[in-house]
Design a protein around this ligand. Structure first.
Ligand SMILES: O=P(O)(O)OC[C@H]1O[C@H](O[C@H]2O[C@H](CO)[C@@H](O)[C@H](O)[C@H]2O)[C@H](O)[C@@H](O)[C@@H]1O
Length: 262
């Protein structure tokens, strides 16, 4: 998204840093909360497995879901199994792998059929990782992830490999935080939010999406289009979100305050 804010410093025009966003309000008419996991509910860690349950997070998720009559869903790039491991199954509603998996409030689960090309992508990623210590392959069945947080110097090659495979296979390329994924096409966090909003207990509520990553922008736009808004977690940047919170601690404190004020 282009940043229209340009200032000049000497001869060269430079992009001005986007201003900080105001914090989200604590009281809203019938809010529905859509929460990203990594970087929003859980601090980033060196590897995906290093993110573990936190009693404070689990308690506030259970309390706010109870107070909002179930209108809370986690929408993550992780699988549903991973969401439940980390959040200790504290929300009935959840969507995994960028909308490709979705568990409704009644417990029923929809999973996209994995594109067959994902198996080839996993194999190519594993072959890439074999000779590169620190690279991790994440097999999510409907998507293949190549993590380079443990070997950032390999990032350019990882992105090049994923780009080539996306062209060859038709899988969707999704860049994330020191990770690149090849996904079964068809879903994103915005489509997941829209699907929840068509169903009980979310229908008719004001959607609020909290996220930190570029993958969350689809969720911010979907929330805005349905009368709500996005909340960017982390430093200001160009975003479709209208509100901001600085970090995971601020998110948990805000959820606590929403729970107490509702
Ligand atoms: O949509 P999210 O809930 O933010 O999930 C995005 C990805 O999160 C995980 O990877 C990221 O977090 C790891 C742990 O902090 C970190 O080591 C990694 O570098 C990050 O990219 C997860 O492993 C992915 O499957 C998610 O897509």
């Amino acid at each position: 998204m282009p940043n229209p804010d340009l200032s000049t410093d000497g001869d060269a025009p430079t992009a001005a840093a986007p201003p900080p966003l105001p914090p989200p309000p604590l009281t809203l008419p019938r809010p529905a909360l859509f929460l990203d996991m990594d970087g929003v509910l859980a601090p980033l860690a060196e590897t995906p497995d290093a993110v573990v349950p936190d009693p404070r997070r689990t308690a506030v998720l259970r309390a706010v879901a109870d107070r909002l009559h179930g209108r809370v869903a986690i929408i993550s790039g992780r699988t549903l199994a991973e969401i439940d491991r980390i959040a200790e199954a504290s929300t009935a509603s959840a969507s995994g792998v960028h909308g490709l998996e979705r568990r409704r409030a009644d417990g029923s689960i929809h999973r996209a059929d994995p594109a067959p090309e994902v198996r080839a992508a996993v194999a190519e990623f594993e072959s890439f990782a074999r000779s590169r210590p620190g690279i991790i392959v994440e097999d999510k069945a409907v998507s293949a992830g190549l993590h380079y947080r443990g070997a950032p110097d390999e990032g350019a090659d990882a992105l090049r490999l994923a780009g080539r495979l996306a062209d060859e296979t038709g899988l969707s390329l999704q860049a994330g935080n020191l990770v690149v994924e090849l996904k079964t096409p068809g879903s994103n966090k915005g489509t997941a939010l829209q699907a929840f909003m068509r169903e009980s207990p979310f229908a008719g509520a004001v959607p609020v999406m909290l996220g930190d990553d570029l993958t969350d922008e689809d969720g911010f736009k979907a929330a805005e289009a349905l009368g709500g808004f996005g909340v960017l977690v982390g430093p200001p940047r160009d975003t479709a979100a209208r509100h901001g919170l600085p970090d995971v601690d601020a998110v948990l404190a805000w959820l606590n305050a929403v729970e107490e004020s509702e």
